[in-house]
Design a binder for this molecule. Structure first.
Ligand code: PNS
Length: 161
């Protein structure tokens, strides 16, 4: 295990099994993990930040040395405030690469002391995204196995209103 703090950033709207795979693997690779719930200006969230944090907290109770925090600002500012120099992002497919590359280089430009590390998702989650889960839920599709039961319940509750 690396004796360092890693930040797992994302919008987590809501957390999926794919996110959880990356978070779990980060938590057993680094001595401390902070999951950063951030705002993605390109997306209008379905869940409020506090709801996204709560679902993440419930999904990570089995993990040690992990905290869930919300920050409404730049990822690198958050990482600096935490004293972190490692950002871990999951890579699903080649289609993720361009946006991730741009994000990593922008963050490197802003904060040269911070490294972005990419973790490749397990193949069974390579098709999975929060957007796809929300689309399925909106149209009554089955999301079992793609998100935890608590997230499934939260989706139905949110979409029935
Ligand atoms: O789960 P997502 O939506 O792919 O995560 C993207 C996220 C939230 C990590 C990204 O949009 C982000 O870092 N937002 C905070 C604002 C910021 O730092 N933007 C500059 C990064 S290029």
């Amino acid at each position: 295990m690396w004796n360092d703090l890693a930040i797992c950033p994302g919008s987590f709207d809501p957390v999926t099994m794919g996110h959880l795979d990356i978070i779990e693997r980060t938590a057993v690779t680094f001595s401390r993990t902070v999951v950063a719930v951030l705002e993605n200006p390109a997306k209008a969230p379905l869940f409020a930040a506090e709801e996204r944090c709560e679902l993440l907290r419930r999904a990570t109770t089995h993990l040690e040395h992990i905290e869930i925090k919300h920050f409404d600002g730049l990822l690198v500012e958050f990482a600096r405030a935490q004293g972190a120099r490692i950002i871990v992002r999951g890579l699903r497919a080649l289609s993720d690469f361009e946006a991730e590359f741009q994000m990593a280089l922008t963050n490197k430009h802003l904060a040269p002391e911070i490294e972005t590390i990419f973790m490749v998702t397990r193949p069974e989650f390579s098709f999975l995204s929060s957007s796809m889960v929300k689309e399925l839920a909106r149209f009554g599709g089955n999301v079992k196995g793609l998100v935890l039961p608590a997230v499934e319940e939260a989706l139905w509750a949110k979409l029935q209103r």
